[in-house]
Design a binder for this molecule. Structure first.
Ligand code: ADP
Ligand code: MG
Length: 468
């Protein structure tokens, strides 16, 4: 695929963490018994009227500000018409030509440094219900719990140039909405869903190629796979002399391929018009300003601070800030023991980002190493004990198991002597210039003390002994 370039634009749906739905008082919650969180408005009983949830508006402004978007003081809700059993009204309330947020940008880390793409718009819309098809059965069901759930749709410009970049951008957006606490970012439960618009063009060409839109991408991995698949398919089509159909495709994660769902609908197919049941949305004086003042520290700001103020490298800072809960955990431990590098190292390398002990336990563990009460090796033993006994304190484990570092010079001296007597051949090799043997001898001292000998002290004593 050398002479072709991949072009991707994403449409990302973000489910908002409001208590109630976008236009009804029904509870907005995932995982309840089907059809229990349903109000007359959600199933379009005659005579009902929608009432806008102001929290959803605030959340849209929050995200708009975080993405540097223009915030429109007036926006308009429109009806988007289509028929589907999960859409009882026969139309979805969305925003069309006057969305709440206009142009903005999204920045994110890539392997080649920071990349910034354009955001075309953000609009507010309601979700549909969910059709449930029973495997092997001959009937389908509809669950209206999701009907009317508030969503933000974030539309990017076609600025992404690879599957990898699209995945990074989506990760960054996920980090942003969770930091803003407007969405739980749970991809498995569908709290975020992406449609990938993909086209290819010959490198150097200015005109964009015909695009397709792949739907049903509920994980970052699938998003990447779908873009890889689709760009390959398009190149093969073009190379075979065929044109690309502008169509909507559906990703099949089992077969790792997409297939055409329908030819792309045009905006006029939806018969958009302003919803006569809803007034244009006008923001209150000072509403945007107030939200701006309450924005939290955002992922990229945190990343910068971790590097500049805490001295972490770009990689570690990036890993710690991608998930809000990891960053929160890191900061909670740091508040108790201020060794940022060691705490970061533990979270990333020893714990593999798997938060299984409390921040207080981690802080104490690192402090024990820093105070030279235990060695780094023994700390791993203490950590394993903490996993087995979740409530316990690292210092109690060290005490109970006798894991304190052995620093008594006299005792260590004796160990040095006995190890050197036991391995005379190795000692000779070392004296003849074979430096690597030194590590072996230290290792023997560690072995005899079950890893508890003070490695610095043992090294010094061994050097002295061999030097004399
Ligand atoms: P819709 O899908 O509703 O028709 P738009 O026409 O605004 O909406 O486009 C939606 C998405 O498609 C945007 O994310 C945009 O960046 C992307 N897009 C538009 N043209 C192309 C193209 N030629 N190649 C890849 N992505 C594209
Ligand atoms: Mg679309």
């Amino acid at each position: 695929m050398k002479e072709y370039e991949v072009v991707v634009g994403l449409e990302c749906h973000v489910q908002l963490l409001t208590q109630s739905k976008l236009f009804s008082p029904a509870v907005n919650r995932y995982g309840d018994e089907p059809n229990t969180n349903v109000d007359a408005v959600d199933i379009a009983l005659p005579g009902v009227l929608p009432v806008l949830n102001q929290k959803a508006v605030d959340f849209a402004i929050r995200l708009g500000l975080a993405l540097g978007c223009e915030i429109h003081s007036t926006s308009v809700f429109a009806r988007k018409h289509y028929f589907y059993p999960d859409l009882p009204k026969g139309y979805q309330i969305s925003q069309y030509d006057q969305p709440i947020c206009g142009h903005g940008k999204l920045s994110f880390q890539t392997s080649e440094g920071l990349k910034t793409i354009g955001i075309e718009r953000i609009h507010i819309e309601e979700d549909a219900g969910k059709n449930i098809h029973v495997e092997g059965g001959n009937s389908s069901f509809v669950d209206y719990n999701r009907a009317g759930t508030p969503l933000l749709e974030v539309v990017t410009m076609p600025d992404l140039r690879s599957a990898e970049e699209a995945m990074e951008a989506y990760r960054a957006l996920r980090a942003l909405v969770t930091y803003l606490e407007i969405c739980d970012g749970n991809l498995q439960e569908g709290s975020m869903r992406a449609d990938a618009n993909v086209s290819v063009r010959q490198i150097g060409a200015e005109k964009l190629g015909t695009r397709t839109e792949t739907k049903n991408l509920n994980s970052i991995k699938f998003l990447g796979q779908a873009i890889e698949f689709e760009s390959r398919r398009q190149v093969l089509e073009l190379e075979a002399g065929r044109a690309i159909n502008q169509e909507t495709r559906l990703w099949d994660s089992n077969r790792k391929e997409s297939r055409p769902l329908r030819s792309k609908e045009e905006a006029h197919d939806y018969r958009y018009f302003p919803d006569p049941d809803l007034l244009p949305l006008t923001l209150k004086d000072g509403q945007v300003e107030k939200i701006k003042q309450n924005l939290p520290e955002l992922p990229l700001q945190k990343l910068k601070r971790y590097q500049e103020k805490l001295g972490l490298n770009a990689y570690d800072a990036g890993v710690l800030t991608v998930e809000k809960n990891i960053a929160d955990y890191f900061e909670a431990a740091l508040a108790l023991h201020t060794n940022a590098k060691a705490i970061a190292n533990w979270i990333i390398n020893e714990m593999q980002l798997n938060i299984a002990i409390s921040a207080a336990q981690l802080a104490e563990l690192v402090k024990l190493i820093d105070d030279r009460v235990i060695s780094g090796t023994i700390a791993k033993t203490v950590y394993d004990e903490l996993l087995k006994n979740p409530g316990s304190r690292p210092s109690d484990i060290v005490e109970a198991k006798g894991l304190k570092m052995q620093r008594d010079t006299g005792a260590l001296q004796k160990l040095v002597e006995s190890v050197c007597t036991q391995y005379p051949a190795e000692v000779e090799k070392y004296k003849a210039g074979k430096q690597q043997v030194f590590g072996f001898l230290v290792g023997q001292i560690m072995k005899l003390t079950q890893g508890k000998a003070d490695p610095v002290e043992a090294t010094n004593l061994l050097k002295q002994y061999l030097g004399s």
